[in-house]
Write a protein that binds this ligand. Structure first.
Ligand code: NDP
Length: 459
């Protein structure tokens, strides 16, 4: 016996749920299979719990600043309360996801799905086969740990979101989003944090001014940075974990966390039964409409190895449903993706870095403002905000915008709108400033700090 669907979605995360819901709104009969919890990485063990922790961690800085404004705050922190409240919120969100599916009559099935053929999915626990005109793989990604001795003693962001008790000290390996965000969160919660990165500056591929400014701020807040080094071995110790480094040194930490990237989750998915071959990074290659090498099977989100961001997976899920179930072929524009790094201070960024812009457009103008935000002016904090605009020469198109400081994530979302519309520096200048704000810097830049001519920095 087999059930027949228009669409079988494998994976109940951001991309899968969006595709399932939209396909159902277009009248498709849909099943969605999830082996763990609805909501996927973002809701269950990614963006959402992380952001709640970012808020929790940020209070320590607010309390310090409060004293400068006359407040006498006596505060202590209870990790267990935070954990319990976080879990409740995630459960609430998971139920919302389930309700959405129920409301649209999507069959939400909790099981492990294995592709059994171009139009067949086997449910492992129920030992049953579903048939689908289309199958959508939206299984996401999972943390990657380097292949070193004792790697099993190191945790990943999954476990860091559920520490039973906070460690006194932690070593985090990696220089990307997750490494710096967790370093910042744990610093704010009073943990002694070291970050080890194999290169010489965090956040490769971000604008260099942003990278250096964040490095400086995190150091000033107590982060111990170890560059040009990797972890070579982990052993259990009295303190927690004893770590051997590539430079021959050793040290002990309460915990060690790998934030060394995430790899597509295709474990036991049965790709071979539909003649789909993952690429060398383990990702499923798709065309511009999300179609895999098997015509009835599509894929969206992290499993495709394109852009590992929730909003991108959601867009891809929606575009897939629009293409297949609304007869409206829809491609995604990946050219300008705003993104935030939720460190304290926060980063918001969109478009080209200075190096990329100089390389690609040759003649560009660079505008930079660095200043102590008003909230720091009554106290001793020397932390500065950074605003940087990169434009084509002489008031031309805005190519990149990079912000570091409080609210940078919110600001960059708004900057994304004029940038998608092709706004120029002259357009930004037409906007009247909102005063006193930090964001007014974006519309009050006068002359460039320096320019590039034919790809070479001048002045
Ligand atoms: P990233 O790819 O951003 O960073 C991985 C880091 O680990 C890099 O610094 C990389 O170094 C390093 N690394 C990789 N392999 C090794 C190794 N074998 N030994 C030592 N170091 C290694 O991955 P993350 O895990 O930080 O995040 C995964 C994805 O999740 C990101 O791409 C991002 O898109 C998404 N994300 C987004 C967030 C947001 O929008 N705020 C928050 C969290 C995650 P190198 O630079 O040399 O490659």
């Amino acid at each position: 016996m087999s059930d027949i669907y228009d669409l079988i979605v494998i994976g109940g995360g951001s991309g899968g749920v969006r595709a399932a819901r939209m396909a159902a709104t277009y009248g498709a009969k849909v099943a969605l299979i999830e082996e763990y919890r609805y909501g996927g990485t973002c809701v269950i063990r990614g963006c959402v719990p992380k952001k709640l922790f970012v808020y929790a961690s940020g209070f320590s800085h607010i309390f310090e600043t409060a004293a400068d404004f006359g407040w006498n705050v006596k505060a202590d922190f209870n990790w267990k309360t935070l954990l319990e409240n976080k879990d409740k919120e995630i459960e609430r969100l998971e139920n919302i996801y389930l309700n959405i599916l129920e409301n649209w009559k999507v069959d939400a099935i909790r099981d492990k799905a294995i592709i059994a053929g171009p139009n067949e999915v086997r449910l492992l626990k129920q030992d049953k086969v579903l048939r689908g005109k289309h199958i959508l793989i939206a299984t996401g990604a999972k943390p990657f740990k380097p292949n070193i001795k004792g790697a099993e003693l190191g945790i990943t962001s999954n476990e860091a979101l559920d520490f039973k008790t906070l460690p006194k000290s932690i070593l985090i390996e990696g220089g990307g989003y997750i490494a710096v965000e967790f370093a910042s969160i744990l610093l704010g919660l009073g943990v002694d944090v070291s970050l080890i990165y194999r290169r010489d500056l965090i956040l490769r591929n971000f604008d260099e001014d942003v990278r250096k400014s964040l490095e400086q701020s995190l150091k000033a807040r107590g982060l111990n940075l170890i560059y040009q080094t990797t972890i070579t071995e982990l052993k259990k110790s009295d303190e927690g974990v004893s770590v051997s480094f590539s430079d021959g040194k050793t040290a002990e930490f309460g915990a060690v966390m790998f934030a060394t990237g995430r790899v597509p989750y295709i474990d036991n998915l049965g790709l071979e039964n539909a003649n789909i071959v993952a690429n060398s990074s383990g990702a499923i290659n798709v065309d511009e409409f999300g179609q895999t090498m098997c015509p009835s099977i599509y894929a969206v989100g992290d499993v495709t190895g394109k852009v590992q961001l929730t909003p991108v997976a959601i867009r891809e899920g929606a575009a897939f449903a629009e293409t297949i179930f609304n007869n409206n072929p829809t491609k995604i524009d990946y050219s300008l993706i705003p993104t935030a790094v939720f460190t304290d201070p926060e980063i918001g960024t969109i478009g080209l870095s200075e190096t990329e812009a100089a390389d690609k457009h040759k003649d560009i103008d660079i505008y930079i403002a660095r200043f102590r935000p008003m909230i720091n002016t009554l106290g001793s904090s020397q932390e500065k905000m950074l605003f940087k605009l990169i434009t084509k020469k002489n008031g031309g198109r805005v190519l990149g915008c990079h912000i570091m400081g409080h609210g940078a994530g919110e600001m960059i979302q708004l900057v994304a709108i004029p940038m998608m519309m092709g706004a120029t520096k002259a357009d930004f200048d037409k906007a009247i400033a909102v005063h006193p704000t930090a964001a007014e810097e974006l519309v009050t830049f006068k002359a460039p700090n320096y320019i590039y001519e034919n790809g070479v920095k001048v002045g």
